[in-house]
Design a protein around this ligand. Sequence first.
Ligand SMILES: C[S@@+](CC[C@H](N)C(=O)[O-])C[C@H]1O[C@@H](n2cnc3c(N)ncnc32)[C@H](O)[C@@H]1O
Length: 389
Amino acid sequence: MSKYQLIATAAMGLEAIVAKEVRALGYECEVDNGRINFRGDELAIVRSNLWLRTADRIKLVVGEFKATAFDELFERTKALPWEQFLPENAEFPVSGKSVKSKLFSVSDCQAIVKKAIVERLRKHYKKTTWFEENGPLFKIEVSLLKDKALLTIDCSGAGLHRRGYRIGQGEAPIKETLAAALILLTNWTPDRPFVDPFCGSGTLPIEAALIGQNIAPGFNREFISENWGWITAEHWNEGRMEAEDLARYDQPIDIAGTDLDHRMVKIASKNAIEAGFADLLTFKQMQVKDFTTTKEYGVIVGNPPYGERLGDKAAVEKMYHEMGQAFVPYDTWSVYMLTANENFEACYGKPATKKRKLFNGFIKTDYYQYWGKRPPKDKDEGINKRLKE
Ligand SMILES: C[S@@+](CC[C@H](N)C(=O)[O-])C[C@H]1O[C@@H](n2cnc3c(N)ncnc32)[C@H](O)[C@@H]1O
């Protein structure tokens, strides 16, 4: 079966997690800045789109070469086998970017790449007139970095964070891909309680449920490459059937989200229904300072307000302190908080076990991790048993 060179793009700082996910799908890969390179066949394109929780999108590499002059870009683009991917009626807009490169005019690079592909396809399809471009869409990108041109076709369409369940959202929703990464960075396993005390639109609880029941995050959406023809309906059926077989809908989960704002609780509940978890997740209105539990060995993951708006900082820092106090009695629980507020540890009341730098969009944040006591082996079994009963 034909092998393609593929890229899973990753937000800065998430490369290692995306690479781990790619390897878990069974593909060897190497990590570069913002990209995870791997090779695979049509099913690899299907699987990576359906399964990667933390990647931004999947791209197919048509070629990569050095280009310091426009004629070089033109000739080397024309030399690539575009007809392997693009049918005669393909619609193929070209977007571009250029960083630290001699060819810095992005619009010129786009026009040259477009012209080179048209020439190549004209010769192949023996066409003398213009292409009508009324067929399937192939989004081509020319990306120049330090005089190296990378030509790719987007296999995802809407970014992979668009799982399709978020029909409502609040002011600062976290991207689904980052939410999944935050959860994969914890010691949570689906047999432990999971709580997001700042649940907003419910992204973290919903992503936890998808992970807990091993549900492919892209199961309920479409991808641009479904319309290409050479990745056939059979390939997509096979990928989706495989995902259906791997899902563990009967895995018990104990996942809750709470939020100060009752409107967000409503939105989170609606999103959870959309994601297919109507009765499985619990949402309720509550301030973090009122957190209590009788459960043990749970995991708390949250993306609280950062207090960046003028006048908010003091109130947010007071809230961090109250949160730290509320969590004191629960030393078997682990706590993970993502915030840009540099006073977090001082306000919360203790230094984190571990910190990890991450970006939430363009905001520099730290992921503060407070590890709780490890469950004793038999205790762990006890929890499993109780949840299964
Ligand atoms: C950054 S948003 C969380 C976004 C959420 N992760 C999502 O994807 O939609 C922070 C949330 O914390 C809530 N919040 C603010 N202060 C709170 C408090 N003292 N206790 C509980 N929730 C609070 C806000 O209502 C808001 O929904």
